[in-house]
Design a protein around this ligand. Structure first.
Ligand code: PMP
Length: 354
C-alpha cells in the first residue's frame, strides 16, 4: 500500500517530482537553466503582440514555421516536426518507438529529462557512463545495443557536462547501430559550438541516414525558452509517428510567430550567441586557473565536477547571489549568463576550493 489516492503506475510514482530551480532574488544571477540572458528583440516582441487571435485554435501543424525550417534545411515540410519545446518531441519519439520491455539508451550523466521519458514510455532506461573527460563513450554505447534497443539519444554538446561528440565518432557510431533503431541527435546547444570537428545536424542530414533524427530548439540560442518551441528534422515516417503521439495543438500562434520573427532576426541573435560562447570560454579558463577541472565546454554552460560537494558548493553559490544547478554527488552546472556574473562566479568557485 502507498499513500496515493488512486493507482499510479509504479515506475511513474517512483519518478522525482519536477521542481524548477528557484527564482532568483532581485540582485542574484539566475544561471540554473541554461537560459539566454538577453532580453527578447523588439521585432520578436512585436510579432507576438500582433498575434491576437486568442479565441481561435492555432494551426495544428505550425505549417508556416515548418515550411520556413524545411527551406532552411533543404528538406520537404513533412520532414520537419514542430512541438512545444524539443523536450516534447523527445517524449513523443520515446512513446512512438518504445514500450514495456524495450530499451531507450543514453549517456549518463546527461539531460535530466531522459530517464523520465523512458519511464513514461514504460521502457527501460539504459544509461551508459560518460568517459573520464565527461563526454559520450559511443563505443560503449554501441556495445550496449541489444535486440530490445529502440531509441538512442546522443546529446551534443552534452548537458550538463559540456563536451561535443565529433563528426567522425558520430558517423562511426551510426554505422554500428542497427538500421531499425532510432538515433536522436539532441542538438539543443548546437549554435554555441565552436569546435570545427563537432558533429553537425547539417552533415548528418546530408549523409541521409533514415534512422537519425536531429533535434533543435528555439529555447537557448534564440532566447524563446518561455514560449516553448522546438523542432525535429528527419524521415517523415518517423516524424508522423511522433506527431501521432503528441498532444494536439500545443504550439501556440504566439510561439510560432516568435520563432518566425527570430529566424528573420537570426544574424543579430547569432551575434549574441557568439558573445555568450566567448563568455563561456573565458569563464571556463578562469575556473581552470582557479584549480577546477572543467571539461570541454561547448554549450552555454560550464561544469564544475564537484562530486560529493555538489550540493554544498551550490549553496555557497546561492549565498553569493548565484543560482546554479546542483547534481547531487556529481557536479554543478553554471550557465553562461550576464557579463557581470563572471567575477562573482570565479570568486565563489575559488573560495570553494580554499
Ligand atoms: N535537450 C537538452 C539537452 C536540453 O538541455 C534541453 C533543455 N534544458 C532540452 C532538450 C529541451 O529544451 P526545450 O524543451 O526548451 O526545447
Amino acid at each position: 500500500m502507498t499513500d496515493l489516492p488512486v493507482r499510479i503506475r509504479p515506475e511513474i510514482a517512483a519518478l522525482p517530482a519536477y521542481r524548477q530551480g528557484r527564482q532568483a532574488a532581485a540582485d542574484a544571477f539566475k544561471l540554473s537553466s541554461n537560459e539566454n540572458p538577453f532580453d527578447p528583440l523588439p521585432g520578436v516582441v512585436e510579432a507576438v503582440r500582433a498575434a491576437t487571435t486568442f479565441n481561435r485554435y492555432p494551426d495544428a501543424s505550425a505549417a508556416r514555421l515548418r515550411a520556413r525550417l524545411a527551406d532552411r534545411y533543404a528538406v520537404a515540410p513533412d520532414g520537419v516536426h514542430v512541438a512545444a519545446g524539443s523536450v516534447s518531441i523527445l517524449y513523443q519519439l520515446a512513446s512512438a518507438t518504445s514500450g514495456p520491455g524495450d530499451e531507450i539508451m543514453f549517456a549518463w550523466r546527461s539531460f535530466e529529462a531522459y530517464p523520465g521519458l523512458a519511464a513514461v514510455a514504460g521502457a527501460t532506461a539504459v544509461m551508459v557512463p560518460l568517459t573520464a573527460e565527461s563526454g559520450h563513450d559511443l563505443d560503449a554505447m554501441a556495445d550496449a545495443v541489444t535486440d530490445r534497443t529502440r531509441m538512442i539519444i546522443v546529446c551534443s554538446p552534452n548537458n550538463p557536462t559540456g563536451p561535443v561528440v565529433s563528426q567522425a565518432a558520430f558517423d562511426a557510431f551510426v554505422a554500428r547501430v542497427p538500421r531499425d533503431v532510432l538515433i536522436v541527435l539532441d542538438e539543443a546547444y548546437a549554435e554555441f559550438v565552436t569546435d570545427p570537428d563537432a558533429v553537425t545536424g547539417a552533415a548528418v542530414l546530408a549523409a541521409g541516414h533514415a534512422n537519425v533524427v536531429i533535434l533543435r530548439t528555439f529555447s537557448k540560442a534564440y532566447g524563446l525558452a518561455g514560449l516553448r518551441v522546438g523542432y525535429a528534422i528527419g524521415d517523415h515516417r518517423i516524424l508522423d509517428a511522433a506527431r501521432s503521439t503528441g498532444i494536439p495543438l500545443s504550439v501556440t500562434a504566439q510561439a510560432e510567430e516568435a520563432a518566425l520573427a527570430s529566424l528573420d532576426a537570426e544574424d543579430e541573435l547569432l551575434d549574441r550567441v557568439r558573445h555568450i560562447a566567448a563568455r563561456r570560454d573565458a569563464l571556463a579558463d578562469r575556473l581552470r586557473e582557479a584549480g577546477w577541472d572543467v571539461p570541454v565546454a561547448q554549450g552555454n554552460f560550464v561544469w564544475l565536477p564537484a562530486g560529493e560537494r555538489a550540493l554544498e558548493i551550490a549553496e555557497a553559490f546561492d549565498a553569493a547571489g548565484l543560482i546554479v544547478r546542483a547534481f547531487a554527488g556529481d557536479g554543478v552546472r553554471i550557465s553562461s549568463g550576464e557579463e557581470e556574473s563572471v567575477e562573482r562566479i570565479v570568486a565563489a568557485a575559488a573560495s570553494a576550493l580554499r
